[in-house]
Write a protein that binds this ligand. Structure first.
Ligand code: NAP
Length: 518
């Protein structure tokens, strides 16, 4: 039987008492390891994190905690090769795609280490200026941000076992809040290994970082009023979490990052073969195939002026045709596997559901697999769908409602810019939209029009072609999260991320007391 991965809780490594759930190589079908959380004393483990971990972290200044993040970076950098091997085996990703997860996580930690250094030796943050409460400025209100006295529980999705941990843990630990992470079972190995390396290196106080692998049962029951919960995953699980008594009765603060039907739009007035047109085609093909389309931020809907529909289909299809699919260990392969048989089945089902209202412009099932057995490997080629007429795009609803979490996107023609905006809005709120064009005024107007519906608007014009960071890449300096069906959450955005892990309080006092605060 394969190795059982231990949980780290209550300051020690603990095995579950059950048989465990196997983690499987999605390309070879072999069992890699098992996870199990049966029988763990979650309440005692959470108390330990709050009391030991929380107290030790809060005793440090922002600068000291920033130095701690830098120490975590060093531990992770020393093991990068091992992480790449785990990602290839457990997530089925090619090296470039593993980098988005592994190096993306390390970069996010580095960014927060730098930001934290800038906060200096303080142990709380001032929020705004004092406001007079009386006619004379002798009695005023000063808002402060202080680290919450609870823990941060992260329940994460399978697609980013590294970045999904560190993009949340970096601002939490910098804020002085201990972390418990529950990775998605399918890809828990990388998260567990990273936590193990960091804990074993002794660079964090005891109780600052815990990992529970396996079932989520009982995790929310163990949450208390000052804890915070950050969830990334499907809208269905998010709904269960929102209705749990920890949230509805104990007021645990929740952040939800859910699914999203993200858009890319070529603005009117761009000719086929123009820079903007080519930049759109390139980005769409990249977004569809990176991590086999298993990115919450991936482009799902592609809007082009109706006169350019056929040319856009051809340009994107030509790029997709070059994508070699199969075993990520083969150097010629550009796109690896989906994460599991369950995901493969879900993608096939979602695709069939979508195909009932669309034509297939590039058929992923025509891609032969390289070095992989189609009966075992969870690999699929990229598929571009299309709704042929602009009027047809008004009638079809599935393209705006259904997130197929794989290498699938749909081309949609629009009549004019206002029509495109209406269609994009039918996504009911997304993580990100990207715009492609060369007219700065039109791009700025469209960006502002889309801003209320998105956490991020990514604008690509020819002069930023070599500099832009990619539609789906989440940069720690920018907000991640989106309104409506995207979950209504907010993460990252530089120091804004610290708000979630701090409590805001108003201190009303005389001038001398307020001066003594600082
Ligand atoms: P999921 O099935 O909702 O699982 C997410 C996490 O929730 C997993 O750790 C899962 O554990 C756990 N979970 C399952 N049932 C639970 C329950 N009743 N109570 C508490 N936790 C529970 O989602 P997924 O399939 O892993 O992820 C794919 C989805 O995530 C996609 O829709 C994607 O768009 C979305 N996503 C969003 C973002 C974002 O930032 N907005 C990022 C990545 C992914 P088990 O694995 O043990 O079941």
């Amino acid at each position: 039987m394969s190795e059982l991965l231990f949980n780290h809780l209550g300051g020690r490594w603990q095995a579950g008492t059950g048989a465990g759930t196997p983690l499987v190589d999605p390309v070879l079908g072999t069992e890699l390891a098992r996870v199990d959380a049966t029988g763990l004393d979650l309440r005692a483990g959470f108390d330990f994190a709050r009391e030991q971990g929380g107290r030790a972290l809060r005793a440090m200044s922002y600068r000291e905690r920033a130095a701690m993040l830098t120490a975590v970076v060093k531990v992770l950098q020393a093991q990068r090769e091992a992480y790449y091997a785990i990602a290839a085996a457990n997530s089925g990703t090619v090296k470039n795609d593993s980098a988005v997860d592994i190096d993306g996580g390390i970069y996010t930690l580095q960014t927060y280490a730098k930001l934290g250094e800038g906060l200096g030796d303080r142990r709380f943050l001032l929020d705004g200026e004092p406001a007079r409460l009386a006619k004379e400025p002798v009695f005023q209100s000063q808002h402060v941000l202080v680290p919450t006295r609870g823990l941060a529980l992260f329940i994460n999705a399978f697609n980013f076992p590294s970045w999904g941990l560190w993009e949340k843990a970096a601002p939490a630990l910098l804020s002085g809040v201990p972390v418990v992470v529950k990775p998605a079972t399918a890809t828990a190995w990388l998260t567990q290994q990273m936590v193990k390396d960091v804990v074993d290196a002794g660079v964090l106080p005891a109780g600052a970082l815990s990992v529970v692998c396996g079932s989520s049962a009982g995790l929310l029951d163990a949450l208390q009023p000052f804890d915070v919960l950050s969830f990334t995953g499907s809208a269905e699980t998010a709904a269960l979490i929102r209705s749990h008594p920890a949230v509805t009765q104990r007021s645990v603060r929740v952040n939800i990052e859910a699914d999203s039907v993200n858009s890319a739009m070529l603005l009117p007035g761009e000719a086929p073969g123009s820079d903007a047109f080519d930049l759109l085609a390139k980005e769409v093909a990249r977004e569809m195939t990176q991590k086999s389309g298993q990115k919450c931020t991936a482009i799902r809907r592609v809007f082009v002026p109706e006169a350019l529909y056929a040319q856009a289909a051809e340009a994107i299809g030509a790029r997709l045709a070059k994508t070699t699919v199969g075993n990520p260990r083969n150097e010629t392969v550009r796109m690896g596997a989906l994460v599991s048989r369950a995901q493969l089945a879900a993608v096939r089902e979602g695709l069939a559901h979508r195909q009932a209202q669309a034509e297939t412009l590039h058929d992923g099932s025509r891609h032969a697999l390289v070095d992989a057995d189609p009966a075992i490997a969870c690999c699929v080629g990229p598929t571009l769908l299309g709704t042929r007429e602009a009027a047809g795009s008004d009638a079809s609803d599935r393209v705006h409602d259904t997130e197929v979490f794989g290498p699938v996107a749909t081309l949609i023609p629009y009549r004019d810019a206002a029509h495109a905006m209406q269609l994009i809005a039918r996504g009911q709120g997304s993580l990100v939209a990207s715009l492609y064009g060369s007219d700065a005024g039109a791009l700025a107007a469209a960006a502002l029009e889309l801003a209320p519906l998105h956490g991020r608007v990514h604008v690509v014009s020819p002069e930023v072609a070599a500099h832009h960071t990619g539609h789906g890449n989440v940069m720690p300096q920018s907000l991640h999260g989106g309104p409506g069906r995207a979950g209504g959450g907010e993460e990252l955005g530089g120091l804004r991320a610290l708000n979630f892990y701090h409590r805001r309080a108003a201190i009303q006092a005389g001038t001398a007391t307020l001066a003594a605060l600082a």
